[in-house]
Design a protein around this ligand. Sequence first.
Ligand SMILES: C[S@@+](CC[C@H](N)C(=O)[O-])C[C@H]1O[C@@H](n2cnc3c(N)ncnc32)[C@H](O)[C@@H]1O
Length: 267
Amino acid sequence: MLSYQHGYHAGGKADVHKHAALAVIVDKLTQKPKPLSYMETHSGRGVYNLTAPEALKTGEAQGGILSLFAQAGPPLGHPYTRALDAARYAFGADFYPGSPLIARTLLRPGDHLHLMELHPQEHAALRRTLREDNVHIHKRDGFAGVLAISPPTPRRGLVLIDPSYEVKSEYVESAQFIIALHKKWPQAVILLWYPILWDERHEDMIDLLTDADLPQFQRREIHFPALKDSHALIGSGLIFINTPYGVDEALDEAEDLLAPLKTTACP
Ligand SMILES: C[S@@+](CC[C@H](N)C(=O)[O-])C[C@H]1O[C@@H](n2cnc3c(N)ncnc32)[C@H](O)[C@@H]1O
C-alpha cells in the first residue's frame, strides 16, 4: 500500500519532534572526524512546500513549524535550525526539509547516505532534491534494502526508521526489523519514529523491543492535546538504540522546542 504522502503532514508537531531529535543525533555523531554511514528506510521526497494544497488541507504545518516561526522560532545555532535555514535558503521561505535533507545538510562530504523510498513519485522527487555523489537513492522496500547493505562501510552510523504505518502490522515489523538490523550491524545508532493513537497500537512493538534488551535503549514521547477520535494522532514517539553518550541534555532541549506548541513530554 502506498497511499500515504508525507506532504499532508510535513512540518507538523510530529515532524518537529522527530526532526529536532534527528538533527541532535547527527550533530553529535559528526563531532568525531571519522566518516559515517547514514541510512533511511522510508525517506519521502526530501523537501516540502508548505503552501502546497496538501499542506494547507491538513493545516499541520500551521500548528507545527509555522507556529514556532510565528513565536520565538527555533534557537539560532541549534542543528535543527541550521537545517531549516539551509532548506529555506536553497528552496525558498515556504519550504520545509524532510529527514534526508536535514541529514544531508548536517553530514559531511565524506559521509555516505543510503536512502530507500518505494513510492515512484516520491522517489523521483527525492532524486531531484538530493544529487550529491555521496547520496545513494534506492527505489526498494526500506526494510529489505537497509538489511541488504548492512553492515556498511564505514561502520559508524545511524539508521532512521520512519514508516507510514498505513497498516497495523508495520509496528511489529518495525520492531522485528530493528532486532534483525542490530544483529547484522551492532554498532548502528537506530532512531525509530512512531505515532501514538488512542488505541495504543504501538504497545506490542515496544514490548518486543524492550524484551530484546538492546543497548543504550531510550524511549521518548510527547503528547498533543486532542479530541477522543480513534484516528487522531495524540502523540509522537521516538525509540533510540545505541543512543550516543552525552546526548540526553540536547534531546531534552530539542523537546523543549515543542513547548510553545502545547505538547507534554512524557518520561
Ligand atoms: C513518513 S514518510 C517519510 C518521511 C520522511 N522520513 C521525513 O521525515 O521527511 C514515509 C514514506 O515511506 C514511503 N514508503 C511506504 N512504504 C515503503 C516501503 N515499504 N519501503 C520504502 N518506502 C516506503 C512512503 O512513500 C513515504 O514517502
